[in-house]
Design a protein around this ligand. Structure first.
Ligand code: TPP
Ligand code: MG
Length: 801
């Protein structure tokens, strides 16, 4: 019997054409870098940072990269993106110019500078695409090593998909957890804490992550001797190397100009990570920067002649060329030919990108110029308007700022003339058309955005008894884990003991160590686990033990999570829930409520501040029906207070962006949130004894805040407003005041000065007295309200002091 021929080896001709094609991709990429720099230096683009000198290892990475895999990298990776078919020459230049149309700059629609790469995980309606049928890149961010925490989560998702049961319907996200998450980072950026934190966590978690370090010995101008102990990241990470006794990393080192060894190294790394779920570090050294770091400077300032000569010789493309010739894969003439056609193709692509970039703006320019020319003849300011029109018309390549500025300046000249309406309408329409190019998609615009959700009230048995409030949370989490197999929670002490306040008691036993997990003390990468897993279709809940320690994660929340939808113009999302507990406990480090800092840092993430655990549980239930990220701050001192246990666990929903009036009254509106409300309720009782009837509003949700403008409605009744919280003066209370006075236009409804009552500017001191003298007390609230009423009616409310 003749065995069928199984083709395991490719022919020499196939091999040859593959490597020649690789060379061609690298050459195109290099020409893009060279021409890109010129575009910046001649003023056509603002800033350029390119991948020259890093082309060849990226070819090897691309060969090992499969459908379903994810990249989390940085600005040097244009060659990789080209090699996986996700970046064309025209798109490269569209990104450099900042083209605001996603069809031209699919990376960010001009929102990020060039060199920040992304693929589309979502369609135009915000729905998931089949991520296993495409090669994926999570959207880059600029802060060095900021790609690391997310990388951990992208890799961990494979582990979850491989090992957790019940995820059969998630085949658009994973094929049995076979996907590798590929990280890239510059040598100097490995100095960041986030790099080390991620490496350690990946070693602990044993996830399929392959980390490439592109080592060119510099971080801008700063040499490796100032960056890295022993000047070698692979050398100092040797302790992470796995061995027969211990799990760990596989660590590989390879020279960045050695094409065949690079290809073999990446194949090896992929196999280890994909099959064994073991993390791999590839230290790619001896790389160069032919044009220096970016368009902002020149490397001749900090590299000596010897280094520059070495860089010229060991330029990875030059070395690849030598290798092709030495191995008879191509002749010098053939390669010259490729070089020349690449140069031409890039030039053509650049021209096309520029034309596409400027032509809509030229059309807009023409439209306004003719409008102004039609307005001018009948105007008293004819001469001036004509000058504006001519000046605008004379700009060869106008930008939108030129156009709209001209229109707005001319409007002032015709304020009393008939044509004003026409121009004003034009400006309004133009702004309505253009502004979204820069401002859309801070939040989800899909039909799963939070504003689409409706409240569902908790229901109770007649016999429902009061229980410790933590049990409401726990039983609701139980219902959630049961209902949604894609949910999982992880954090410090969240697993075995069921969190420090036992809101997860027994859940690990029931749902397993992967879904209810303890994590190391590493808040930034706990966040990153959440971001990466949420980007791959899971519904992670990242637990930060105390609000005060959220600061370790706030950078990654602010730079990565909060900007994700925005910086991809709605083509990536990470509907991550961040669970923490805060407000009012003890001392400097466990009673903070830095809500102002948080809400200002994370626009793009919702911030929810439930006053009790039923409200908190209702927020979790709501959020799981939406596709947006949110932070939920539970009240630290509320777990042992009594609440009734609802019967519709997992189903009742707290609405987002809707306030609740928890006491009605006629004299003054007090707006607050969280634990402070209980103190306000106490003060309100005492105020009632002296005849002052306050209305108390629980904001519940700081971002978004009071979408129905109920606070202003309350003020229209009481005509007085006090905002109380435990933040510093000018913190979240200032935000709330701005929302009510400015956004809701309550100014005209007020008979008294609107005021805030907050904690002191310092962190709260320890102990009961420390608390009393640091944060607003019932007496403070009583006296503040009383003084407002005294000012209004001094006869009725004589001065206290
Ligand atoms: C947190 C942060 N600090 C500083 C910078 C400014 N910066 C941009 S790139 C860079 C050097 C990075 O060097 P390396 O990691 O070796 O990457 P390379 O550019 O050499 O490929 C610096 C300091 C930044 N982007 N983020
Ligand atoms: Mg470097």
């Amino acid at each position: 019997m003749i065995e069928p021929q199984i083709k395991t080896e490719i022919t020499f001709e196939d091999f040859k054409s593959e490597v020649i094609n690789d060379y061609k991709i690298a050459r195109i990429s290099r020409e893009c870098s060279l021409l890109g720099r010129k575009e910046v230096l001649t003023g056509k683009a603002k800033f350029g940072i390119f991948g020259d000198g890093k082309e060849v290892p990226q070819l090897a990475l691309a060969k090992a990269f499969q459908n379903g895999d994810f990249r989390s990298g940085y600005y040097r990776d244009q060659t990789f993106m080209m090699a996986i078919g996700q970046l064309t020459i025209e798109q490269f230049f569209a990104g450099l110019y900042g083209h605001t149309d996603l069809d031209f700059d699919p990376m960010s629609a001009g929102r990020q500078m060039g060199g920040h790469f992304a693929t589309h995980s979502l369609d135009e309606n915000g729905n998931w695409k089949n991520l296993t049928a495409q090669k994926n890149s999570s959207a880059d961010i600029s802060p060095t090593a900021g790609q690391m925490p997310r990388l951990l989560g992208l890799a961990q998702a494979s582990k979850i998909y491989r090992n957790v049961r019940g995820l059969e319907n998630f085949s658009n996200f994973s094929k049995e957890g076979n996907e590798v998450a590929w990280g890239t980072i510059g040598n100097a950026s490995t100095s960041e804490g986030l790099f080390f934190e991620t490496i350690n966590a990946a070693g602990v978690l044993q996830v399929p992550m392959v980390m490439s370090v592109w080592d060119d010995e510099y971080g801008i101008s700063v040499h490796a001797r100032y960056q890295t102990t022993k000047e070698s990241i692979s050398e100092i990470l040797k302790g992470f190397q796995r061995d027969n006794e211990n799990d760990g990393f596989e660590i590989l080192t390879v020279k960045g100009w050695d094409y065949p060894t690079l290809v073999a190294t990446y194949q090896k790394a992929a196999k280890i990570a994909r099959e064994e779920h073991v993390p791999v570090l590839i230290h790619v050294d001896e790389l160069t920067q032919p044009q220096g770091h970016s368009t902002s400077g020149s490397h001749e300032r900090y590299k000596n002649a010897e280094r520059l000569a070495w860089e010229a010789e060991f330029d990875c493309l030059a070395q690849m060329r030598n290798w092709l010739i030495e191995n008879n894969l191509a002749t010098a003439e053939e390669l010259d030919e490729i070089d020349e056609t690449s140069r031409k193709e890039v030039l053509e692509g650049k021209k096309a990108a520029w034309n596409s970039f400027v032509s809509p703006m030229k059309a807009e320019q023409n439209e306004l110029v003719s409008l102004l020319n039609s307005i001018a003849p009948s105007s008293e300011n004819k001469v001036f308007i004509e000058k504006y029109a001519n000046d605008l018309a004379s700009i060869k390549e106008p930008i939108r700022k030129d156009i709209i500025t001209t229109a707005r300046k001319v409007l002032r000249l015709i304020i009393n003339e008939n044509s004003k309406g026409t121009l004003a309408t034009w400006i309004k329409n133009y702004t309505e058309k253009i502004q979204p190019k820069f401002s859309s998609h801070l939040f989800s615009q899909s039909d799963k955005n939070v504003l689409e959700t409706k409240a569902v009230e908790p229901t109770y048995d007649n016999s429902a008894e009061d229980v410790d409030a933590r049990l409401v949370l726990r039983d609701n989490f139980d219902a959630i884990f049961n209902k949604y197999p894609e949910t999982l929670i992880f954090g410090e002490d969240a697993g075995n003991i069921g969190d420090v306040n036992q809101g997860l008691e027994g859940m690990q036993e029931k749902y397993g160590e992967l879904r209810v997990a303890d994590a190391g003390i590493r808040e930034a990468t706990i966040l990153g686990q959440g971001i990466g897993m949420a980007m791959r279709g899971l519904r992670p809940i990242a637990e930060i033990q105390y609000l005060d320690y959220l600061l370790y994660a706030i950078q990654i929340m602010s730079d990565d999570l909060a900007t994700l939808q925005y910086r991809t113009r709605g083509r990536q999302k990470a509907p991550l829930i961040i669970r923490t507990r805060g407000h009012r406990l003890e001392g400097i480090w466990h009673s903070g409520s830095p809500m102002g800092m948080i809400i200002n840092a994370i626009r793009g993430i919702h911030v929810l501040v439930p006053r009790n655990m039923t409200k908190a549980a209702g927020f979790y239930n709501t959020l799981l029906e939406t596709d947006e990220p949110a932070l939920v701050v539970e009240c630290l001192n509320g777990y042992r207070l009594k609440e009734k246990l609802p019967t519709n666990l997992g189903e009742f929903k707290t609405p987002i962006g809707v306030v609740e009036t928890i006491k009605s009254g006629n004299d003054i509106t007090i707006v607050s949130y969280g634990s402070t409300l209980r103190i306000i309720e106490q003060a309100a009782k005492e105020l009632l004894e002296v005849g002052i009837d306050v209305e108390i509003i629980d904001a519940q949700s700081l971002l978004p805040f009071d979408i129905n403008h109920d606070c202003a409605k309350s003020v229209s009744k009481t005509n007085r407003l006090l905002v109380v919280d435990e933040d510093v003066p000018g913190g979240a209370s200032a935000f709330i005041l701005q929302q009510i006075v400015d956004e809701q236009n309550a100014y005209q409804l007020l008979d008294s000065q609107p005021q805030t009552l907050t904690a002191k500017a310092h962190r709260p001191a320890y102990g009961t007295d420390g608390d009393y003298f640091s944060k607003p007390s019932a007496e403070d609230i009583f006296e503040k309200v009383y003084s407002i009423m005294h000012e209004a009616k001094p006869d009725k409310y004589p001065s206290l002091y």
